[in-house]
Write a protein that binds this ligand. Structure first.
Ligand code: ZN
Length: 690
């Protein structure tokens, strides 16, 4: 096999490349049927060259800098690259392969260099700075979205090093290259190590506690990998769903150990990779004039400073630890009755017992009420219709990027087209863990585009001929991810930089978390939660029990989340002179120092599989979920106080907030809807931390 670096980078596209032109499919859906990985590679490389030429023309222009010839021109640039990236990154997350990973390794440093070439071009920055000066002087005639765009570009460039001298810019380029390579390595190690850590069971009896369908699915997973027996594959967080059900304690221990030690030794050890990433980020932050990487990140968020982040987290740690330990005591008693000293791998199992015995909620018995398609169509889509007037029409004629992907056309209450929605729900090899939303096309009036957005989940596929049943957690996740989708679909902005979910990271989880509230809303639940066998609805008393049980487990959930958040903060509060030699010891010390070390409750993610922060976009930003939840809990109270699930409420939330994307001050948009500043009291009450 030839080394990719030795091949000349194509700067033009071959005539048959389907990415060469704007897609002619409805709403510019990418033409997946005709698309190969080699097309993607070629379009990525040519797309970068093309944008480089476009930007050179903007930067080198003789005409005095104006909003249109500089900022708007930049917004228009890079059309080919945008098309190629949208497709390639969707495939790299959901449909990876050896060849794709090879292209990823080739392209990642080139992309980083490309971003730097733009952000570190002194001629270009001089023009942006000039437009920024005009705006500051009040000398413009621009509308508020345009003014905000200028400010946004200016800050993007400054935070990316545009003000550095030449030596500083060189150093920054070098750091970005190294970081890009290391993030790719981290993600790839994790995929391979997670697959390798799947737990093989040869004796079916050991799987007692799992349903027949789950056992069959484990059998299919083993067969697919050419193994005999049953394979329990790992999901991304520390906790594995099967841990709540497996009666065999030794198997629970094996599954737990496999989960929390993945990618922590051998060829795919992510410990040193994470340490190196944290070190280089600290060096880069100092170069850009910040104390730490966490400070650099906070400067660009609604939080503003890492002190503000600390303040919120500090109010949560003590009550969360107290509640988790109280839960632990209840569980230890139950375990003792079985002659067992409670360990981390027993927690979910006995916790499930409490839910069943004390609150009469048997989460396993709930699953037949949550059939995937019913939840999606009669639940998620139904709520979106009642709130926002959206309708969803299946388009089986439109192809996705994998046979599992389904496409829907979205229309508004007047029957006008809104965009497309794609769903890719089943777990498979080559798909990373977790659930997410992303876009193939972002809405923009400037570019004349409407949204084409998609959701990805990792639901275990049922055996052939059986309905796919979700857990209550998966139902909530589907509503959550669809909340991001609604943010993307509702977008009504001029500039692509502000489209849909292009908001600060500590705000982006807010609309998605709000959408979770409809999962158990009586009107919605009655519509989707029907028993697959008998068609009977989920009884009112069951729903009441679920709600009564909602606080049970919040101590554990809050603590495991806070532990991961504080671990993320610790890694990104180190100074540029710190090189962590022993990542495991660093992790243990960080958890101890933050007051969240509790051996029965490991962090939701440990360092070596903390993908969000070492190979996703959440470095020093994992706190965002709870930050957003303050806004979420406050907004849920607002919906309830105003009559709940109504078009009027939905329209207000969409028009004042969802549709604005990043084009207005996010906290201002929140205030517009709710009528006051964010108040943490509803969050504390919801999590039992008051
Ligand atoms: Zn989310």
């Amino acid at each position: 096999m030839s080394t990719p670096a030795a091949e000349p980078a194509p700067t033009a596209l071959s005539a048959d490349n389907p990415l060469a032109e704007v897609s002619t499919l409805p709403h510019r859906l990418p033409p997946f049927t005709d698309l190969t990985l080699e097309h993607c590679r070629e379009a990525l490389l040519a797309g970068m060259a093309q944008q480089r030429a476009e930007v050179a023309a903007i930067a080198g222009s003789e005409a005095p800098a104006t909003f249109d010839n500089t900022v708007v021109a930049l917004e228009r640039s890079g059309a080919l690259l945008r098309r190629a990236q949208a497709v390639f990154y969707a495939l790299s997350s959901s449909n990876s392969s050896d060849r794709l990973r090879e292209i990823e390794r080739e392209v990642a440093p080139l992309s980083a260099a490309h971003a730097d070439a733009l952000r570190l071009d002194p001629q270009l920055f001089a023009r942006i700075d000039a437009v920024h000066d005009q705006v500051q002087a009040g000398d413009h005639g621009l509308d508020p979205e345009a003014v905000r765009l200028v400010e946004r570009y200016h800050l993007d460039f400054v935070l990316s090093g545009a003000r550095l001298d030449e030596a500083g810019r060189d150093r920054l380029r070098e750091l970005n290259q190294q970081l890009s390579r290391l993030s790719t390595t981290f993600g790839q190690n994790l995929v391979v190590a997670t697959e390798a850590a799947a737990v093989l069971v040869t004796d079916r009896a050991q799987l007692a506690g799992l349903s027949d369908a789950e056992v069959e699915a484990a059998g299919v997973a083993a067969t697919e990998r050419g193994r005999e027996g049953y394979l329990l594959t790992l999901v991304l967080p520390s906790g594995q769903p099967a841990m709540a059900k497996l009666h065999d304690r030794e198997l629970r221990r094996r599954l737990h150990e496999a989960s929390v030690t993945r990618a922590s030794a051998g060829e795919h050890d992510n410990g040193p990779v994470a340490a190196e990433i944290a070190h280089l980020r600290a060096v880069r932050a100092r170069l850009l004039g910040f104390d730490t990487h966490a400070d650099l990140v906070a400067a660009d968020q609604t939080a503003g400073t890492s002190a503000a982040v600390d303040e919120l987290l500090a109010t949560l740690v003590t009550p969360a630890v107290r509640n988790a330990r109280a839960e632990g005591e209840v569980l230890a008693e139950l375990a003792e009755a079985d002659g067992v000293e409670l360990a981390a791998w027993d927690w979910a199992y006995y916790s499930e017992q409490v839910r069943r015995d004390r609150y009469a909620v048997d989460t396993t018995a709930l699953r037949p009420f949550f059939e995937l398609d019913r939840v999606l169509v009669d639940g998620v889509f139904h709520a979106a219709r009642l709130l926002y007037g959206y309708t969803f029409t299946p388009r089986p004629d439109l192809p996705g990027y994998h046979p599992d992907v389904r496409v829907w056309e979205v229309s508004d209450a007047a029957g006008e087209p809104v965009g497309l929605y794609l769903g890719d729900f089943f777990a498979r090899d080559g798909k990373r863990g977790g659930a997410w939303m992303s876009s193939f096309v972002s809405q923009s009036r400037l570019l004349g585009t409407v949204p084409v957005v998609f959701n990805v989940m990792n639901v275990t596929r049922a055996a052939a001929g059986q309905p796919t049943l979700l857990t209550l957690d998966e139902v909530t996740t589907l509503f959550h991810e669809f909340g991001h989708t609604l943010h993307g679909l509702s977008s009504s902005v001029t500039y692509p930089r502000f489209s849909g979910t292009s908001v600060p990271r500590d705000f982006v989880e807010f609309p998605s978390q709000v959408n979770e509230m409809w999962a158990l809303w009586p009107e919605v639940l009655d519509h989707y939660a029907r028993h697959t066998g008998t068609g009977e609805p989920l009884g009112r008393e069951v729903v009441a029990a679920i709600e009564a049980a909602a606080l049970w487990g919040e101590g554990h959930a809050t603590l495991e989340y806070l532990a991961a958040t504080l671990l993320d903060q610790a890694w990104h509060r180190i100074g540029p002179d710190t090189v962590v030699e022993d990542p495991q010891a660093f992790e243990a010390a960080a958890l101890e120092a933050a007051g969240v070390a509790y051996d029965l409750v490991p962090p939701r993610y440990r360092t070596t599989y903390f993908q969000h922060v070492f190979s996703g976009g959440y470095a020093a930003g994992y706190y965002s979920y709870i930050w957003s939840e303050v806004l979420d809990a406050d907004t849920v109270e607002w919906f309830k106080a105003n009559g709940g699930l109504t078009r009027a409420n939905g329209d207000a939330f969409r028009d004042k907030l969802l549709s604005r994307g990043g084009s207005v001050d996010p906290i201002g948009a929140f205030r517009d809807v709710v009528g006051h500043d964010p108040d943490p009291a509803p969050l504390l009450a919801r999590r039992g931390l008051g």
